[in-house]
Design a binder for this molecule. Structure first.
Ligand code: SF4
Ligand code: SF4
Length: 522
């Protein structure tokens, strides 16, 4: 079989020009009314996200002053992080008593030629420490100073005199829980992403094994596309004991982790073999952003998405696409992320022009397209893409009578119980209860929410040897709740949370779209 690894699959052949049927009325991360374009939340769909923040440019090499590689960390730790500018006293993780004085510092041209100035967001911080107490990494890692330091303090204070970014930014897992916790709309994850990108670009040793390991983890799509040429061999080799031992010793990839199996037929190969869309409908079109994992590892999730959406009469398009960038943001590889974003934005905006809304089955992918892209890149059409992007279940709950359809379908033949975990990135989009609410009245389904703790893996965070124990410590609460729950099948929308759930409990894990496919008989 000829492998289709170039992600150049059939992008759908309909040419309708009908206006998209939904849209959130412009609010990033808001699940708005899809019926009238008013921007109000739809019934049953929680409002999500945080206030709009300024979008920025990723500096290219010509714009980045060379501070000298390896001048990484602030060695003095928390005490020396105490800021003394602008009438502010601040120590990471400590309490701050002096009031902010916004006039007491000089303007900082952070990116010459760019339009980024996050000091406004930094000044919105009133040091309540809600973000610090919500941070799962700070809870288990005494050396991590927490989101308040990583965000407003680094931005407002350390940037003034062109200080180096503190190395501890690399310990932030990009779970984004601090965004949700902040009552003042401080763009914490945007600040973290930018600081991490600067740290990696300017201060990280590019020949270090840590950088090489992180680059490989961040570019999972590249490894997966190669592995999927020989999926059985790759699945065996990557979990072969001596190979895993060597990977840990040389690269710092923990041998305790099981590499996910590669599918013998990728989603895109399946899509091509079935002849693309089976439904043509210029009035109901969606462009599916399957992401890397549904393509290379769990094509059954993508197939469920297609069947469910075709059940509701949607014409599904599968545009050419690359990685959403989520693991690249988490590893400070912003140039890689931008390259992938350029392809994604161009192709998805084209699909939007043909009347489609964009649907992602992974909550981190939808988060990336709707929030991180416009925060970090200035690509043509990026705001349009953010407005037209939805998570797959979210979109159906907005536009279809899902409850009525599930009721009419009569439920499952055999009763099944699930332990559901809402990923942090689903919570950040206001989708934390969507699976539980969707299935709670379906005959034969028992769905238990296992609580609001973080799974601990956070994409690539738990795939680093030095973070593995912390990752498991963060996930312990979720494991415990899963084991206390009635169900022995886990459920989540995030593929790496699914890995962690399986790793911590041994449970089989499903995506809500798979249960929806079963319950609808799609
Ligand atoms: S993104 Fe997550 S790990 Fe990073 S500072 Fe915020 S809460 Fe902590
Ligand atoms: S939650 Fe927001 S306002 Fe409170 S300390 Fe953190 S950034 Fe500042």
């Amino acid at each position: 079989m000829t492998r289709d690894t170039a992600d150049d699959g059939d992008g759908g052949d309909a040419n309708g020009t009908t206006e998209p049927s939904g849209g959130r009325g412009g609010g990033r991360g808001r699940a708005g009314c899809g019926n009238c374009g008013c921007g109000e939340p739809s019934p049953g769909v929680p409002e999500a996200g945080r206030d709009e923040q300024p979008s920025i440019f990723v500096p290219d090499e010509g714009e980045v002053p060379d501070d000298g590689a390896g001048a990484a960390a602030d060695p003095a730790g928390a005490a020396e992080r105490a800021a003394t500018d602008g009438g502010v006293e601040s120590a990471s993780g400590g309490s701050d008593s002096t009031e902010l004085d916004p006039d007491a510092y000089d303007p900082v041209d952070v990116f010459p030629g760019g339009d980024l100035d996050l000091r406004e967001g930094a000044d919105s911080c009133y040091k309540c420490t809600s973000c610090d107490t919500s941070c799962p990494v700070a809870e288990v890692d005494d050396e991590f100073p927490g989101p308040k330091f990583q965000g407003p303090e680094q931005w407002r204070l350390k940037r003034k005199d062109d200080h180096d970014i503190d190395e501890s930014i690399t310990s932030c897992s990009n779970c984004m829980r601090c965004d949700d916790a902040c009552p003042s709309g401080v763009p914490l994850s945007q600040m973290h992403n930018e600081a991490r990108g600067q740290f990696v670009e300017r201060q990280m040793e590019k020949l270090s094994m840590e950088y090489i390991r992180n680059r490989i983890l961040a570019n999972y799509r590249t490894s997966a596309s190669l592995a999927s040429m020989f999926p059985r061999t790759a699945s065996f080799a990557m979990n072969f004991g001596p190979a895993r031992w060597a990977m840990e010793k040389v690269m710092g990839i923990p041998k305790e982790r099981d590499f996910p199996e590669f599918a013998t037929e990728t989603f895109r190969e399946w899509w091509k073999a079935r002849g693309g869309a089976q439904v043509e409908n210029p009035d109901k079109r969606v462009a599916y952003f399957h992401g890397c994992y549904s393509n290379y590892n769990t094509p059954e999730v993508g197939k469920a998405m297609v069947r469910v959406y075709e059940h509701f009469g949607y014409e599904v398009m599968v545009p050419p696409q690359k990685c959403s960038g989520t693991p690249m943001f988490a590893n400070g590889m912003l140039k890689d992320a931008r390259r992938h974003a350029e392809t994604n934005v161009e192709n998805l905006v084209e699909a939007i022009g043909e009347g489609a809304d964009v649907i992602a089955s992974c909550t981190s992918c939808s988060m990336s397209l709707r929030q991180e892209y416009p925060e970090l890149f200035d690509l043509h059409g990026i705001e349009d893409l953010a407005e037209h992007t939805f998570e797959a279940l979210e979109y159906l709950r907005i536009h279809e009578d899902l409850e009525g359809e599930l009721d009419a379908a009569g439920g499952l033949d055999d009763e099944r119980a699930f332990a559901y975990h809402a990923p942090c990135h689903a919570r950040n989009q206001g989708l934390s209860r969507q699976a539980v609410e969707t299935f709670r009245d379906v005959d034969g389904v028992r769905m238990e929410d296992v609580g609001d703790s973080c799974s601990g893996i956070s994409g690539t965070y738990g795939w680093k040897e030095e973070k593995y124990e912390k990752s498991m410590e963060i996930g312990a609460e979720m494991f415990e709740h899963m084991e206390d729950a009635e169900g022995e099948v886990g459920m989540t929308e995030c593929p790496t949370c699914a890995m962690q759930m399986e790793h911590g409990t041994g449970y089989e894990i499903e995506h809500p779209l798979q249960l929806l496919e079963d319950a609808l008989g799609a």
